[in-house]
Structure formats: C-alpha cells, structure tokens
Design a protein around this ligand. Structure first.
Ligand SMILES: Nc1ncnc2c1ncn2[C@@H]1O[C@H](COP(=O)(O)OP(=O)(O)O)[C@@H](O)[C@H]1O
Ligand SMILES: [Mg+2]
Length: 396
C-alpha cells in the first residue's frame, strides 16, 4: 500500500483552503491533517504534527511566507515544502526555491500538477527515510464465536505495545453494533467511528484527535458507533480509506472485528497484514475455526496466527492433537483459562497485563505480542524475570 502523505496547509484565504481540501478530498493517499490562516500558527502545527508536506501560500505576504519556508527548512531537512502563488514570475520562483521550497505551484491549482508534485515528494521521503512497510502493521482479530476472548486479547495486546515508547498502537472496535472494547478499557468517549466516517471527506486531524481516546496506558482507541442505525451507514470503502490514513499516524492498528464476517469484517481481513483467529476448544468453536479459515482464504489472507483461549477450562472436548488435525493447522498460542485474573481485571477496569502482569495468561498474551512485534522481546524478558522471581518466591 502506498504511503499516505500528511499535509499541513497555510493560506490566509479560507475559501482557497477549502478549495485545496476539496481538490484532494477523494484521494486515498493524501491527507490534509490541519490547515491554518497565519504563518506563525503553521510553525506550531508543524512542531506538533510533523507532517510530510507543508503547503505555504505566498499570496498574503511574500516576505513572511519566505521567512516561514526558511524556518521550516531549518527545523527539518526532510519536510517537503510546496509554495503556491498566482504569480509565475521567475524572480519569485527563484527566491522561493532558494528559501528552501521543494515545489512551486501556480494558482489556481491544477490537480495533475499537484499529484505529480506529491509523487515526487513521496519518492524523496522514501529515499530519505527508507519506506519500510514493516514499520506499521494492521492486525485483525477474528473470533470463531461470541465470548471466545477476542476483545480481551486484543485490548491487552494493545496495552502491551503501548508500554513500549517506540510504538504508537491504536485499537479500533469494529464490532460495530455490539462492541464493548470501551468497557474492557474502562474509557468514556464522546465520539465514535461513526463521527469519523461521517466526516470522511473533510476529515482533519482535529476531528480525528477528538474521536480517538487515549487510555492511561497510552493505547489509543477508536470506539464503535453508539447505535445500530449509525453502524449501518458505515461502508467498506470509508473504513479502508480511514485505515490507509491511520497507517501514517500509528505503528500498530488493531482491529477487533465482529463475529459476523460481514462486508466490513471481510474488507478489514483483506487489508490486514495479519489476522489473529481466536477460538476455544469446544465443538462448535472448533467447527467455526474451519469456517473462519475458509473466509480468510477467500480474502487471500495468508498471515494467520491461531490462538486457543481458556485452555484447561471444563469445556475442553477434544485433545489438542485431534483439534489441530480437524482445523488443519497448529495452534500458535495457547492462553490458559484464568478466570481469577480476567474477572478481577474486569472488575477493576484495568486490562490484565497491567492488573496481573505476573499471571500465566498474560505471559501467553505476551508471547502472542512478540510473534506480532518481535521488537517487544527486550521488555518481555524484564517481565518474565519478574514472573520467574515471583513464582520462585511463591514456591517458597
Ligand atoms: N483466558 C481466559 N480465562 C478466563 N476468562 C477469560 C479468558 N479470556 C477471556 N475471558 C473472559 O471471557 C469473557 C468474554 O471475553 P471477550 O474478550 O469479551 O470475548 P469476545 O470479544 O470474543 O466476545 C470476558 O468476561 C473475559 O474476561
Ligand atoms: Mg468482543
């Protein structure tokens, strides 16, 4: 998937800003993250958002605009600076490029010119930063039946990733109608995925920032719509585009899908870099695993981790080797049944990885996290040491 370019736009004329936003609104890989009317505001936005591209209009005050371009260039050698102006005087162009701009576009803007400039910017950024697709991952959780532990494992995975400062994970509750990840995280929110999708065409950073809640662990979270009617208006195309945008702002995007395998679920399975299939060991669940794996195959999703949860509960029907034979693949992770840990974590409103980091169930979720993000290993070993020390103490 092509990298999304995040843009900050500065132009004193609100109408021209709107025209610019409308021009790029339908494009998948360009996102106006913020816009402003004053040159000094633009510097603040740049420092806060670190966009890929800053579009500076020279129309209002050429000297101030050139000062801004010089300032931006001194702050970052990498940022792509596009100047826009109604003048095509070579004197202007020369001055602007000398100040540090990468592109000079004449107004009124022509979409083709803008797209070509964006493509050049994308290539420059890829060359300078190294366009490593492994830098962000979309991980979709698919459950084989209700109550198997998808949300529990997805939220705990998110919290684990958030504890590592190098990562910026985001959990999205894609169980559109009945999702309860907000309860698992014990967070309150005013906006949901519905508000974001409703404003998709004019989506800016302010709105997205308002809709995304930050859990105390640092995990960012976008809740599911509040009503079934709101859930019904969400279209696969909108969420596909949204995930494309979020790939440029988050390192891990964790999707807690519904169990219906509907059009949204399937679209997300198709774009995910990895699917985690969660099941328990009872008969209906095991049968459903085959159905889920079939659906994944139809979406050409080959990166799959199979997790069996609540191992050791009374529900176990088949021995493990029989189950693996039935579903045609080996389980990647086995999470022990640990009612005490999850019930008390739920009651405390704190995810288990924070509430009982020493538990074996958390250790299994850590193992999963490490398969998804191998760079987590250093942190894990610290916790494992603690666990070893604690269990030695308990053993007396
Ligand atoms: N390994 C486990 N041991 C004990 N209880 C668990 C375990 N995993 C999940 N649970 C509990 O099972 C219930 C359903 O889990 P949840 O994550 O909401 O399922 P899903 O999202 O698949 O519907 C929750 O009350 C949760 O605390
Ligand atoms: Mg759930």
């Amino acid at each position: 998937m092509q990298r999304t370019l995040r843009i900050v736009l500065v132009d004193a004329d609100p109408e021209r800003r709107q025209q610019f936003k409308s021009l790029v609104a339908g494009l998948d890989n360009i996102w106006v993250e913020a816009d402003c009317g004053r040159y000094h505001e633009c510097l603040d936005l740049f420092t806060e958002l670190r966009p890929d591209v800053v579009v500076v209009s020279l129309e209002e005050d050429l000297d101030l605009a050139l000062d801004l371009i010089r300032e931006l260039r001194s702050l970052s050698a990498d940022v792509q600076i596009f100047a826009t102006s109604s003048s095509d005087s070579s004197q202007y162009i020369l001055q602007t490029m000398r100040a540090g701009a990468n592109e000079y576009l004449t107004l009124p803007l022509n979409l083709d010119d803008l797209l070509q400039a964006m493509e050049r910017a994308r290539q420059m950024i890829a060359r300078e930063q190294g366009d490593n697709p492994d830098q962000n991952k979309v991980v979709a959780f698919v459950g084989a039946s209700g109550g198997v532990g998808c949300t529990t494992i997805a939220t705990n995975l998110g919290v684990l990733l958030a504890q590592d400062r190098r990562f910026r994970p985001l959990l999205i509750d894609f169980d559109l109608v009945l999702g309860d990840a907000d309860v698992h995280l014990d967070v309150v929110h005013d906006y949901t995925l519905y508000d974001v999708v409703e404003n998709m065409l004019s989506l800016d950073f302010t709105l997205l920032k308002r809709a995304i809640v930050t859990h105390e662990s640092g995990l960012q979270f976008l809740p599911n719509p509040s009503t079934a009617a709101e859930a019904a208006v969400i279209r696969p195309d909108d969420v596909r585009r949204l995930i494309g945008l979020l790939r440029s702002t988050h390192t891990h995007i964790i999707l807690d899908l519904s169990k219906r395998l509907d059009s949204i679920d399937r679209a997300m399975i198709a774009i995910a870099d990895l699917c985690v299939v969660v099941a328990q060991l009872n008969v209906s669940c095991v049968r459903n695993v085959t159905r889920v794996l079939k659906a994944l195959e139809q979406e050409e999703q080959e990166n799959i981790l199979l997790v069996f949860n609540r191992i050791g509960s009374r529900e176990v029907m088949y021995p493990m080797d029989k189950i693996q034979e039935l579903v045609g693949r080996k389980a990647d992770i086995l999470v022990p049944n640990d009612w005490a840990t999850f019930a008390s974590a739920h009651e405390a409103g704190v995810p288990a990885v924070l509430h009982r980091p020493e538990s074996r169930a958390v250790a299994a979720i850590e193992e999963l996290a490490q398969l998804i993000e191998p760079a987590l290993s250093a942190q894990k070993s610290e916790r494992a040491k603690k666990r070893g020390w604690l269990s030695a103490l308990l053993r007396g």
